[in-house]
Design a protein around this ligand. Structure first.
Ligand code: PLP
Length: 367
């Protein structure tokens, strides 16, 4: 049976990307060696790192003055690296979910943290609006896509201070204006590659302004000087990220990604909005194009386990919602094919049909 992979992360990768990686694991560039066993200082691997950085710059249209890094530690190490490198006195954070809260916790070790707005009053089901960013903050931190709660900041906002963004789960999902940001970072394992690497795009002139000493491995400047090779980089993940970036470029770049992502999300949200059984959990204007969260409507809450089992029996993988939201979450990243979205929709409709009798009974009772 065909499997449809809606996992939140690590998550679906394009089939060709996986095949190219598998080939290089067996024979890297015709060297007769595996990419797993060659020196990161050899010319073949240096070329991989250089091309990955170049492709990332090309696909995201990264302007002059910015550096691109691929480092160990995923998104979470950056939660502390960012304040280590940037927080002298005070930082501002937007609290939009679990990952934002974790970033805030780390920043508090380094200085004052102002939470400019929060959506925790409604279990993070929306993106706060009309907040004011303090102009005396060292930076303003946002999470552009809230993977767990299924909300997303859809535009590149304007900030009077360097804008720092965790884009773990929506990097490369839409065209963006990198020049609006001071630093963009994330783990690779949602939209770019396997687990084991994080990406960082940083405007060089925001670094070097704090007075504290910074340990080498946590100092962005050290990694810039060494082109992400201060220590042994995550070689295999970087290889796979390169293949994903080629795949994105060859399909038509970020405009194309956005077009397909918008179509996939609209298909799924449309079904949820017109359902008698399912209910979306995020406020409409804040809905994520990457993670679609939904639950059973109250009167059908006891059907949740049954739907999950039914969907799994039809090849749907990874749709159980995070425990802090419950219900279901379909992660529909760049590499998730339209056919998989359609397959999930078919399963939802089939389930609803099966329950129609029950629904009709309920309707009668309501009358
Ligand atoms: C997955 C995720 C993280 C955590 O990434 P790690 O690489 O595991 O540290 C952080 N932020 C967001 C928005 C995520 O989706």
């Amino acid at each position: 049976m065909k499997k449809h992979n809606f996992s939140a992360g690590p998550s679906v990768l394009a089939r060709t990307v996986i095949e190219k990686t598998a080939e290089a694991v067996l024979d890297f560039n015709g060297t007769g060696l595996s990419v797993l066993e060659v020196s990161h200082r050899g010319k073949d691997f240096i070329a991989v790192m250089d091309e990955t950085v170049e492709l990332f710059r090309e696909v995201l249209n990264v302007p002059e003055g910015y550096e691109v890094l691929f480092l160990h530690g995923g998104a979470s190490l950056n939660f502390c690296m960012i304040p280590f490198n940037l927080l002298q006195k005070k930082a501002a954070y937007l609290e939009t979910g679990t990952w934002a809260k974790k970033a805030i916790k780390e920043a508090k070790y380094f200085g004052q943290v102002d939470i400019v707005a929060s959506s925790k009053d409604k279990n993070f089901s929306y993106i706060p609006r009309n907040f004011e960013i303090p102009s005396d903050a060292d930076y303003f931190h946002i999470t552009t896509n809230n993977t767990i709660f299924g909300t997303q900041i859809h535009e590149d906002i304007e900030s009077p201070v360097p804008l720092v963004a965790d884009m773990s789960s929506d990097i490369c999902s839409r065209p963006m204006d990198v020049s609006r940001y001071g630093l963009i970072y994330g783990g690779a394992q949602k939209n770019l590659g396997p687990a084991g690497a994080g990406f960082v795009v940083v405007r060089k002139d925001i670094l070097g302004k704090v007075e504290r000493d910074i340990p080498s491995m946590l100092d962005y400047r050290i990694h810039i000087e060494n082109c992400s090779m201060f220590n042994t980089p995550p070689c295999l993940p970087v290889f796979t990220i390169r293949e994903t970036l080629k795949w994105i470029r060859d399909l038509g770049g970020l405009e194309k990604m956005q077009e397909v992502n918008a179509r996939k999300a609209a298909m799924l949200y449309d079904v949820i909005d017109n359902s008698r059984v399912f209910l979306g959990t995020a406020e409409k204007e804040s809905r994520s194009l990457m993670n679609v969260c939904f639950v059973m409507q109250d009167e059908f809450a006891d059907l949740e386990a049954e739907f999950l089992t039914f969907a799994q029996s039809k090849g749907m993988i990874g749709i159980k919602g995070h425990r802090s939201v419950g219900g279901f979450r379909a992660s529909i990243y760049n590499a998730l094919p339209v056919e998989s979205v359609q397959a999930l929709i078919d399963v939802m409709s089939e389930f609803e049909d099966k329950k129609r009798k029950l629904i009709m009974q309920n309707n009668t009772i309501h009358k």
